[in-house]
Design a protein around this ligand. Structure first.
Ligand SMILES: Cc1cc2nc3c(=O)[nH]c(=O)nc-3n(C[C@H](O)[C@H](O)[C@H](O)COP(=O)(O)OP(=O)(O)OC[C@H]3O[C@@H](n4cnc5c(N)ncnc54)[C@H](O)[C@@H]3O)c2cc1C
Length: 323
């Protein structure tokens, strides 16, 4: 049976391929892509949408592999009606479509230090959802509250307790869409903050493939536990190092490659499919386990359906073969 959708004031596109909306430039079609005009449009659409239809909010796709078979859901992507940035005292309130970099720059001009957001390529919704962070600061350190729309269309306020911030993760009920977040920041000299952001950009450029199609770090840094489940002495294992040690810097499958510049960044060299990228990741997990007995966990979110056979879990394969 074909699904019918409520008619919003914003844009609704059925069977919309998502590849051009992700940094890795891969991904099949969503059942529908909804770009709400504003908050009321989003609320009205969700309230009227058949409750059995899944909803997936996305930002600018800088942490996503959308699989080649696409997503059986309405994907919601916020734009112009959600990109305000307002500053009152030491607080910055930003709509979820505001880019992290713009928020950092606006805050710095007002003498507020959210500089850690300057080099993260996502938008504010993704930053809150992923508890984004770098150079020692995370969203959780500055978070005051957020507003979100539930799957039923109600507007609610979320506290830090509701979101339960963890490493690159929060708890948000399925289908809820964050629309705005408020952060608190320390005061500092705008010139000092501008200089700090320039330094951070230069550091990124020197160490990461920032001009390539990537989704940032592919895997979390291993927590320092071996496959035996016993705590190791070392707790600062870096994913890039264990990938290097397994000889996988530059390793490629099809158009997908572990970057020569930063071995924990997976890049699309041109013609990669989501299948190539995910198979590369699972092969890296397998080889790292075989080499060092270490388990790598994905940091990139993989969503949607495979277009053919599912890709086997590389780690499970390595563990089964007793490697
Ligand atoms: C070159 C590069 C460098 C990176 N460096 C860093 C880094 O230093 N630190 C870091 O933390 N990350 C880094 N990342 C990863 C990525 O930029 C962050 O995870 C970012 O916060 C994702 O934001 P996004 O808008 O792209 O979200 P998306 O990738 O579109 O989505 C990510 C998740 O957020 C959810 N989401 C997005 N918007 C909403 C919303 N409005 N409501 C509810 N859920 C939502 C999605 O459902 C999905 O689960 C990097 C990525 C790249 C490409």
């Amino acid at each position: 049976m074909t699904q019918t959708y409520p008619t919003p004031r914003g844009k609704l596109t059925e069977n919309r391929v998502l590849s051009d909306l992700t940094w890795l430039r891969v991904g099949g079609p969503a059942d529908a892509l909804f770009q709400p005009a504003d908050l009321a449009d989003l609320q009205g659409f969700l309230a009227a949408l058949d409750p059995s239809v899944a909803v997936f909010p996305m930002g600018v796709g800088s942490n996503l592999i959308v699989r080649d078979g696409g997503i059986r859901a309405v994907v919601i992507r916020m734009g112009r009606g959600f990109n305000h940035i307002n500053i009152y005292g030491n607080r910055v309130t930003a709509g979820v479509a505001a880019l992290d970099a713009h928020v950092a720059r606006k805050a710095a001009e007002a003498g507020l230090d959210l500089t850690f957001l300057r080099t993260i390529p996502g938008a504010i919704g993704g930053a809150v959802r992923m508890n984004a962070g770098c150079y020692g600061s995370y969203v959780a350190d500055h978070f005051v509250s957020a507003r979100a729309v539930t799957r039923e269309g109600a507007l609610v306020t979320l506290t830090a307790d509701d979101l339960n911030f963890q490493y690159r993760q929060t708890d948000l009920p399925e289908g809820w869409v964050i629309v705005e977040a408020t952060f608190e920041a320390e005061s500092a000299d705008p010139e000092v903050l501008a200089a700090r952001m320039e330094e951070q950009l230069a550091k990124r450029d020197a160490t990461q493939p920032v001009k390539e199609r990537s989704a940032g770090s592919t895997f979390r840094n291993p927590a320092g536990f071996s496959s035996t489940g016993k705590a190791d002495d070392v707790h600062d294992l870096k994913a890039w190092k264990v990938i290097d040690d397994a000889g996988l810097r530059g390793f490629s499958i099809g158009g997908a490659q572990m970057s020569e510049k930063h071995s924990n960044f997976m890049i699309n060299t041109g013609e990669a499919s989501a299948h190539d990228l995910e198979l590369l990741g699972e092969t890296v997990r397998k080889k790292v386990f075989q080499n060092a007995g270490l388990t790598l966990q994905w940091e990139i979110k993989r969503i949607g359906e495979f277009s053919g056979e599912p890709i086997p879990d590389g780690l499970a394969e390595a563990q089964k073969s007793g490697a």
